[in-house]
Design a protein around this ligand. Structure first.
Ligand code: PMP
Ligand code: GLU
Length: 414
């Protein structure tokens, strides 16, 4: 049996506890936690009559809009390089399934990569991330990991990168991306770069896509789940490399898609076309979201730092990946020796929901977890709009109370 993905499972658990009356500080799920932009809702409503199956890769209008969006981001893209689908998750699965070879991925990394790799029947080769940033294997370890994997009978030919990263909230810089691309190129690997958090990079200049360095070897995935807070609408895209090999890959992915999801729903394609054209309302909404994510995740980072936890400073999105190793003796006194035990304890004793590092492939005995800060913006739509419009969101009563609660819990744990 395939267990429910740890992210979605924890969200359901926390929502059930809340429905039963428990007061939970929900740091456990990577949902953007913001309202739908009314202009995008209007585009969806206008598209409601579009009830026909579309081509598997999407309508010309939506694919052209996505291609222009990618081109504006510095990746010149034609519409035939774009495949739309219900979520980039489905497209990641399809890409891993149709590409030859086993898969190298950073550790820790997003929970669904190894699960998908296992479902497809391939081997996952985990390589630790560097100290300064996640989403990328440490270039100093990558080459020897490839050699060892081959000795063990694996055939590593796919490399997954997450730039910006989930779970660390960091962005691998130009030097790291360049070094990893050089190794991938030398070993003839295909890169799948998951860029779903790209529009939420606090400093857009910090973002360096491997697709600009290795255009013929790099697939890029992304979507509107994070930047537009539309996770439940399931709008994702995949960009194939240019040229004949890219076209052949697109054919294999759409072949798989044709048997599994048929196409992204027509109304969603209408909404996607609108958003990808980036009218001012959309770009302003994303800019405001980015500012809010940055302010709140930096404030939460300060709370962890003050408590003495080690944690990389966030550079994008809404995640922190603190390490409570300095708390080990105090935690051992309470019988807590693993990341899962720590996350369970935080939930049961303090009503704080976080996702244990083990779910991201981290070592069992680490005391690391992922804290997502995006569900702190409020539990009502009004609160979320207020947070989005505020110059000082961390002083809003519900956000400052949440940060205080986290602070108090960490103080009492140490
Ligand atoms: N990649 C990463 C790193 C994610 O955190 C997520 C979570 N939504 C996804 C991909 C999948 O996004 P979606 O399927 O909503 O496009
Ligand atoms: N990506 C989100 C997370 O990491 C949740 C959605 C999902 O996993 O599909 O929490």
């Amino acid at each position: 049996m395939v267990p429910r993905s740890a992210t979605l499972a924890l969200n359901e658990t926390i929502n059930a506890r809340r429905a039963a009356g428990q007061d939970i500080l929900h740091l456990g799920f990577g949902e953007a936690g913001l309202p739908v932009l009314p202009e995008v809702a209007a585009a969806l409503a206008e598209g409601a009559m579009e009830n026909a199956y579309t081509p598997v890769a999407g309508t010309v209008r939506a694919r052209e809009a996505a291609a222009r969006y990618l081109s504006r981001r510095g990746l010149r893209t034609s519409a035939d390089q774009v495949i739309l689908a219900p979520g980039s998750k489905a497209l990641l699965y399809a890409a891993i399934a149709v590409l030859p070879g086993d898969v190298v991925l950073p550790v820790p990394s997003w929970v669904s990569y190894p699960a998908q790799i296992g479902l497809i029947g391939k081997r996952a080769i985990g390589v630790p991330i560097p100290r300064i940033a996640g989403g990328i294997p440490d270039p100093d370890l990558l080459e020897s990991a490839l050699v060892t994997a081959r000795k063990d009978g694996a055939d590593p030919r796919i490399l997954i990168l997450t730039v910006p990263d989930n779970p660390t909230g960091t962005i691998a810089g130009a030097d790291l991306v360049g070094r990893v691309c050089e190794i991938a190129d030398r070993h003839g690997m295909t890169i799948i770069c998951d860029e779903i958090y790209r529009d939420l990079a606090y400093d857009p200049e910090a973002m360096h896509s491997p697709a600009t360095l290795l255009p013929h070897r790099t697939i890029v995935t992304g979507g509107l789940s994070k930047s537009m807070a539309l996770g439940g609408w399931r709008i994702g895209f995949l960009r194939t490399p240019p040229g004949l090999a890219g076209q052949q890959l697109a054919d294999r992915i759409t072949g798989l898609g044709s048997e599994v999801w048929s196409c992204l729903a027509g109304p969603m394609q209408a909404a996607a076309a609108f958003a990808f054209e980036a009218p001012a309302a959309v770009t302003e909404h994303i800019a405001a979201s980015r500012r809010l994510h940055a302010k709140v995740s930096r404030a939460a980072h300060a709370v962890f730092a003050i408590a003495g936890a080690a944690c990389r400073a966030p550079q994008a999105g809404f995640y922190l990946y603190p390490d409570l190793e300095p708390f080990r003796p105090a935690l051992a006194d309470r019988g807590i020796e693993t990341s899962v035990a720590l996350a369970d304890y935080l939930l049961d004793e303090y009503g704080i929901g976080v996702l244990a590092g083990e779910h991201f492939g981290d070592t069992q005995g680490s005391l690391r977890f992922r804290a997502a800060t995006s569900l702190l913006y409020g539990q009502t739509t009004d609160q979320r709009w207020e947070a989005l419009g505020s110059n000082d969101p961390t002083s809003l009563p519900w956000i400052s109370a949440a940060l205080d609660r986290l602070h108090a819990a960490l103080q009492s744990l140490a």
